[in-house]
Design a protein around this ligand. Structure first.
Ligand code: ASP
Ligand code: MG
Length: 470
C-alpha cells in the first residue's frame, strides 16, 4: 500500500494512561492524512516482569508468581479505567489475557520447567494487552482501530526467543489479515515482539524486538514510511549520559544506524533496518515526549553535502574478550578458527568484534558477558580434542574490557582518521587491547580496558569534532 505509514510506539511511549493518550493523538493525526498501522511494545518493564514471573514459576515460587500476576492485572486495569469511558469490554479482554498468562505460569510451576515455546507464548501477552487498550481507546475517541496479534501476521522460523521472519509468508499474511482491515478504514494496532511459525507455534523476535516487528510489517505491506517513537530525540553522536555535548544527527544511513545499534546504541533494535533496505523505506526515529524535535531520518544514502568523516561513537560495557591460540605450528590456525566460529553459531552467540594477527593465527573475539558461559561451553566441546592434546592453549578470558565503535559512512577513504582515533585514546593513557576495522570502512572497533571506556568515548567524540557546534 503506497501511502501507508507504520508507526511503532515503545514501552515508555505506552507506559501510562497519559502516554497512551499521546500515542493515540499522534496516531489519529496521521490517520487524518493516510492509512496507518501501529506496532506497540508492552508497557515499560512489563516484559521484564513477565519473564521474572515465569522464572519464579519454574523455580516453584508460587507466592511471587501470584503477586506478579496480580500487579500486572492491576496495572493494566487501572490504565483501562483511566482511559476509557466504557471500559467493560477491554476489562474482559484484559482478564482473558491475564488468565492465559496465569495458565502458562501454572503449567511451568507444576513442571518445574520453562519450555521455550511456552515462554514465547507467555511473553507476548504484554504486547497483546497494550494493543487491546490502544485500539479500544482510538476507537472510542473517533479513530476506528483493530488490535491484531502478530502471531497471525508475522511468520517466523522456530528459533524461540530469537526468531527470524520468513518474509514471503509474512507478506501473504499481511495481504490476507492486515490489508482488509486497512481497506475498511481501520487503524491496525499490531503487537510488536511476537510472531508464529508457519504451523502456528508462538515465537518472539528477541528482547527489544518490537522495532524489528515494525520494520517487518512496513516491508511486508510496502509502506511509504516507518516512524519509530521512543523517549529520546533521535540517534545521537554519543550517549548523552557520557558525553555532555552529544547531539542528535539529522540524517544517518541504514548502514550507519545498523552499525550504531549493533555496537551498543540503544535507540534501535539492531535487526530493524534489514527488511527496509531493499525497498528503501525511510525511517524516522522520533521522541513521543518531545514532539517539537524533528528526530533522525534514516535513509538509504547520505546527501552529497554531508560532511565526511566519523559520525558517532558508541560503547558497550558488559562484554568479554575470549582469546584462542593454537599451541603448535602443526595445527592449522584456520581450522581452529573455523571450529570456534562454528561453535559460536551453534550456541547462537553474537560475535561483537573479532581480530586476528600473528603467524600462529591466534585470534580473539568479543561477546556479551551474559553469553560467555554458553560460549565457553560451546568452544570447549568444539575444541575438546585439541585442548586435551595441547594443540590449543587454554582460552584466555578478559572480562575487564569494553567495546567502542566509531561509525560513519564518510570515513571511507578519509586518510588519517584511524590515526586520530588512536592518538586521542592514547593521549588519555588508555591502552587499546584489540582493534578491528572492516574493509567497508564503516566502523572502527576498539577493545579497551573497562575503566578507560567512558574516557575513550569522550576523547574520540571531541577529537572528531562530533559535538554541538558552538
Ligand atoms: N516488550 C519487548 C521487550 O521489552 C519488546 C520491545 O519492547 O521491543 O523486550
Ligand atoms: Mg525498544
Amino acid at each position: 500500500m503506497s501511502d501507508l505509514i507504520v508507526m511503532k510506539f515503545g514501552g515508555t511511549s505506552m507506559g501510562t494512561a497519559g502516554r497512551i493518550r499521546i500515542a493515540a493523538e499522534i496516531t489519529a493525526a496521521e490517520r487524518a492524512k493516510r492509512p496507518v498501522a501501529v506496532v506497540v511494545s508492552a508497557m515499560s518493564k512489563v516484559t521484564d516482569m513477565l519473564l521474572d514471573t515465569l522464572r519464579h514459576a519454574e523455580g516453584g515460587d508460587r507466592a511471587t508468581m501470584e503477586r506478579n500476576i496480580a500487579a500486572l492485572r492491576e496495572r493494566h486495569e487501572t490504565v483501562a479505567n483511566e482511559l476509557l469511558r466504557s471500559p467493560e469490554e477491554v476489562l474482559t479482554g484484559i482478564a482473558g489475557l491475564i488468565a492465559e498468562f496465569e495458565r502458562i505460569s501454572q503449567g511451568m510451576l507444576l513442571l518445574g520447567d520453562r519450555p521455550p515455546r511456552s515462554v514465547d507464548e507467555a511473553m507476548a501477552i504484554g504486547e497483546r494487552l497494550t494493543a487491546l487498550i490502544l485500539a479500544a481507546y482510538l476507537t472510542e475517541t473517533g479513530t476506528p482501530a483493530e488490535a491484531v496479534n502478530a502471531a497471525s501476521v508475522l511468520v517466523t522460523d522456530s528459533v524461540f526467543g530469537n526468531a527470524t521472519p520468513i518474509m514471503n509468508l509474512t507478506r501473504a499474511k499481511g495481504v490476507a489479515v492486515v490489508a482488509p482491515l486497512l481497506a475498511a478504514g481501520s487503524v491496525v494496532v499490531m503487537t510488536g515482539f511476537n510472531g508464529a511459525t508457519a504451523d502456528g507455534k508462538p515465537t518472539t523476535l528477541g528482547r527489544g524486538g518490537s522495532d524489528f516487528s515494525a520494520s517487518i510489517l512496513a516491508s511486508a505491506m510496502d509502506a511509504s514510511e516507518l516512524w519509530i517513537w521512543t523517549d529520546v530525540d533521535g540517534i545521537m553522536t554519543a550517549d548523552p549520559r557520557l558525553v555532555k555535548d552529544a547531539r542528535v544527527l539529522d540524517e544517518v544511513t541504514y548502514a550507519e544506524a545498523a552499525e550504531l545499534a549493533y555496537n551498543g546504541a540503544k535507540v534501535l533494535h539492531p535487526r530493524t533496518l534489514a527488511p527496509l533496505v531493499e525497498k528503501k523505506i525511510p525511517v524516522w526515529s522520533k521522541n513521543s515526549f518531545n514532539l517539537a524535535a524533528p528526530g533522525t531520518h534514516i535513509v538509504a544514502a547520505l546527501r552529497a553535502d554531508e560532511p565526511r568523516g566519523a559520525r558517532a561513537v558508541t560503547s558497550m560495557a558488559n562484554v568479554a574478550l575470549v582469546s584462542v591460540e593454537p599451541a603448535s605450528a602443526s595445527i592449522s590456525g584456520t581450522r581452529v578458527m573455523a571450529r570456534a566460529l562454528d561453535a559460536l553459531d551453534i550456541v547462537n552467540a553474537e560475535v561483537l568484534t573479532l581480530s586476528s594477527s600473528s603467524y600462529r593465527q591466534s585470534f580473539c573475539f568479543l561477546v556479551r558477558k551474559d553469553e560467555l558461559p554458553a560460549v565457553l561451553k560451546g568452544l570447549e566441546e568444539a575444541l575438546a580434542l585439541e585442548l586435551e592434546h595441547g594443540y590449543v592453549k587454554p582460552f584466555e578470558i578478559d572480562e575487564n574490557v569494553g567495546l567502542l565503535a566509531v561509525v560513519g559512512e564518510g570515513m571511507r577513504g578519509v586518510a588519517g582518521l584511524a590515526g586520530r582515533v588512536f592518538t586521542a585514546v592514547s593521549r588519555e593513557g588508555i591502552s587499546i587491547i584489540a582493534i578491528a576495522q572492516g574493509s567497508n570502512e564503516l566502523t572502527i572497533n576498539l577493545v579497551v580496558s573497562r575503566d578507560g571506556l567512558e574516557r575513550a568515548v569522550k576523547a574520540i567524540h571531541a577529537e572528531c569534532g562530533l559535538g554541538r557546534r558552538a
